[in-house]
Write a protein that binds this ligand. Structure first.
Ligand code: PLP
Length: 745
């Protein structure tokens, strides 16, 4: 550990600039501005960003997982030279580069609540004072003391495969929103060289997993180097060995994302594997990952010269970070209680899972072994991670630890806040360190990322060009009422048609790869209907998500698919590699494929990811979510559908319990029945009734222009009531006014 000597900052900024300059040199001169654009993920939510790279070489862009650095390095000279003669493209390239520069040059916004200690925060600042030489001139958060966001996964873009699902997508959305709002934030995570598993389903419906290598050199990333030009490294003793990690910097607009990488030749081969796979199944390695994320994360911030004003633990994986911070605040090997308090005063924690098994625990002995050589108070750390601190039988739980080392904690929806408070109520005070009170900040989605192009253009026209900057303005959304029926319906049809085209292409490929029958493969090419009611169900295949409610009554579903008011269904989602039960439920779904209309009315898309998630949430008419309550913490995919004018049909759990107002979608009751079987039965009935009596008639009831007026009224009600409230703009504001400001949400 320890800071880099010499004039700085050595935070990777220069390394990224150098990488972009090298790429620019390889391009025809008129395309040079695109190198800078390619090296900052800002392009992926900038209107015209994806389009410009696609215009250079559409096929190659897709082959490169939409990674613009790879595209510009790998596409043919011919394609580059052709692009360099297209005036409109060059104008657009200059415009994107200028917009990026202007965005980066904006002064940081430090909301009042973050700049001046108020309320409880004043007390917190006082208690931290003895460790802080200049407390009155050091505001809690400012550009020199940013919010440090720590998370095991980030879903920034499909080309950066260091995410698995909802947690990562949310983390990516928070970084993007912080960038848009110019909130000082930095993020820390791990550079998984093999990412998360990829999914292939065989002809028998069985899921297979495989991993794909990522070469960080070909990402829009740069390894941070110090004054001597050598990589900056940190060293963390884990399981008694010194593990070295390099730091990669990736820019997400104004927010730098630092990813730690142990694939370093000097490391023991086992340690090189620490940053191989996200959610590594081996508990020994997984614990090493979390030690690296927490302890190494703090060491990395120090090495980069960053002194965070707030540490945000997004999920419990980085729970050791505040202990490492306490150690550095103490300035010697003895971590005093006072130092622990001071670190706690800077830390906030978001819990994401109400499923007990989703909260990682490790045997105390394993934790002891992992962190013995760290200058941390090991017994104290283990105590903090137990619900009953002095029960020697109890393992170390990351959530318990995070609750005790944070000044505030939150669930991710109102209902999840309640569930979490109850779930963690037994986590009691250990001498001097109470468990943080648990409030809630409901999740939201980064609207510019998730909105489809057609809907965005419609909003540009009716809400004003600057509408993405005014997402929280409820009055602005009222203008949705002024969008003529024809235009709103045309936009919905266009987004659905775009999805259908994508699905035909992808599912033909998926079925060929599976070795499906010729007939079934061919069905994919003309599967789906541009104009038919399309229901989307894309989510992790876990038992509590109840995929099998869909197939409980195959006759009902088949009659729905084959009716004269046809319904089509697109499904996607991965089962955890070790979740046999979930894999079997997937297989049962595939058993239906030979039946009647299923081949061309149901598509299962392999390998759900951010890119397919975007296509589905932009194109589906109805977004279905049928979790067993109260196990859905929030859910965010439905919010993505909502901003695109899709309607929800969902259990009143997670975010929908606060989003549903009677007019903006459909609801299945969210009460908990202790008899799970009875609940499943009842909920399947409700689902069938809603589909048959309400959803289908509403969609197919048309006026003489063939427009479903009642449907569009619901779309408008949904947009107006949901888009501002479930945006990342609202979420970030809640974090800024609540946990970040020191207030307890
Ligand atoms: C948005 C998103 C999720 C989260 O979806 P849920 O509603 O929580 O199921 C998961 N995976 C991907 C790829 C996403 O884009």
């Amino acid at each position: 550990m320890g800071a880099v000597e010499g004039p700085g900052p050595y935070d990777g900024r220069v390394d990224l600039e150098t990488a972009a300059a090298e790429l620019a040199e390889r391009l025809p001169e008129p395309l040079a501005p695109l190198a800078r654009v390619a090296y900052n993920y800002r392009w992926c939510w900038q209107p015209g960003g994806p389009e410009i790279f696609s215009a250079i070489d559409r096929e190659r862009f897709e082959l490169c997982q939409q990674n613009p650095v790879r595209l510009l390095s790998e596409t043919s000279t011919r394609a580059l030279h052709r692009a360099a003669t297209e005036l409109a493209l060059l104008r657009q390239a200059r415009r994107l580069a200028e917009q990026l520069d202007a965005d980066l040059a904006r002064p940081a916004q430090v909301p009042v609540g973050l700049a001046y200690p108020v309320g409880q925060h004043a007390d917190l600042a006082r208690s931290a004072r003895p460790l802080d030489p200049h407390p009155s001139v050091q505001p809690p958060v400012d550009p020199a003391h940013p919010i440090a966001f720590l998370c095991a996964e980030y879903g920034v873009h499909v080309s950066l495969p260091v995410y698995s699902g909802g947690l990562g997508a949310l983390a990516g959305d928070i970084l993007k929103e912080a960038s848009d709002r110019a909130i000082p934030m930095v993020a820390v995570g791990l550079m998984y060289r093999k990412g998360y598993f990829r999914q292939r389903i065989d002809a028998g419906g069985w899921q297979h997993e495989y991993w794909v290598d990522t070469d960080p050199q070909r990402l829009p990333a740069a390894r941070v180097t110090g004054p001597d030009g050598k990589p900056v490294s940190i060293t963390v003793p884990i399981y008694g060995r010194d593990v070295i990690a390099y730091i990669w910097r990736i820019d997400v607009g104004r927010v730098p994302l630092f990813l730690l990488d142990t694939d370093v030749s000097r490391n023991d081969p086992i340690d090189r594997w620490i940053t191989a796979r996200l959610y590594e199944a081996d508990a020994h390695i997984r614990l090493a990952q979390y030690v690296l994320l927490g302890v190494g994360g703090i060491a990395a911030l120090q090495a980069l010269g960053i002194d965070p004003g707030v540490i945000h633990l997004n999920e419990g994986h980085a729970a050791l970070a505040p202990l490492a911070l306490a150690h550095s605040l103490a300035g010697n090997d003895h971590v005093s209680e006072q130092a622990l308090q001071a670190a706690r005063n800077r830390t906030v924690f978001t819990t994401h899972t109400p499923v007990p098994a989703g909260n990682d625990t490790y045997p105390a002995e394993q934790v002891r072994e992992a962190i013995a050589q760290l200058a941390l108070p090991v017994d104290r750390a283990i105590q903090l991670g137990r619900t009953r601190p002095d029960d020697p039988e109890e393992p170390f739980g990351v959530t318990q630890a995070a609750l005790r080392v944070s000044r505030a904690a939150n669930g991710v929806s109102r209902r999840h806040g309640e569930v979490s408070r109850e779930m963690w109520a037994p986590v009691s005070r250990v001498d001097g360190l109470p468990a943080a009170p648990i409030g809630y900040v409901t999740n939201g989605v980064h609207v510019p990322t998730w909105i489809g192009r057609t809907m965005r253009e419609l909003f540009d026209h009716y809400l004003g060009d600057d509408w993405t900057g005014r997402i929280l303005d409820h009055e602005m959304w009222g203008a949705v009422r002024e969008i003529p029926d024809e235009e709103l319906w045309a936009a919905r049809n266009a987004q659905r048609a775009e999805m259908v085209e994508f699905l035909r292409r992808r599912s033909t490929y998926d079925r060929l790869l599976r070795g499906d029958t010729r007939e079934y493969v061919e069905a994919a090419a003309h599967a789906f209907d541009d104009g038919a009611l399309t229901i989307g169900f894309a989510r992790r295949v876990a038992t509590y998500k109840r995929l099998e409610l869909l197939t409980r009554d195959p006759d009902f579903i088949l009659s729905l698919l084959a009716g004269d008011r046809p319904v089509q269904v697109v499904l996607a989602g991965k089962a955890h590699p070790r979740d046999e039960e979930a894999k079997h439920s997937l297989q049962r779904l595939f058993e239906l494929k030979a039946v009647g209309a299923v081949g061309d009315r149901v598509i299962y898309l392999d390998d759900y990811d951010l890119a397919t998630g975007a296509v589905l949430t932009q194109g589906c008419d109805v977004w279905l979510n049928i979790p067993r309550p109260p196990l859905e913490a929030s859910g965010t995919s439905g919010m993505k559908a909502a901003v695109n004018g899709g309607l929800q049909l969902s259990v009143l759990d997670g975010w929908w319990a606060e989003g549903y107002d009677g007019d903006n979608g459909w609801a299945i009751p969210g009460e908990v029945d202790s008899d799970a079987e009875a609940q499943d039965h009842r909920d399947a009935d409700t689902l069938h009734r809603l589909l048959l009596d309400e959803v289908v008639p509403c969609f197919y009831e048309r006026d003489d222009r063939d427009i479903p007026l009642r449907w569009l009224e619901m779309v408008r009600a949904s947009l107006i009531s949901l888009a501002p409230r479930f945006s990342a703009a609202r979420m970030l504001r809640d974090y800024v006014d609540g946990p970040y400001a020191g207030a307890v949400a």
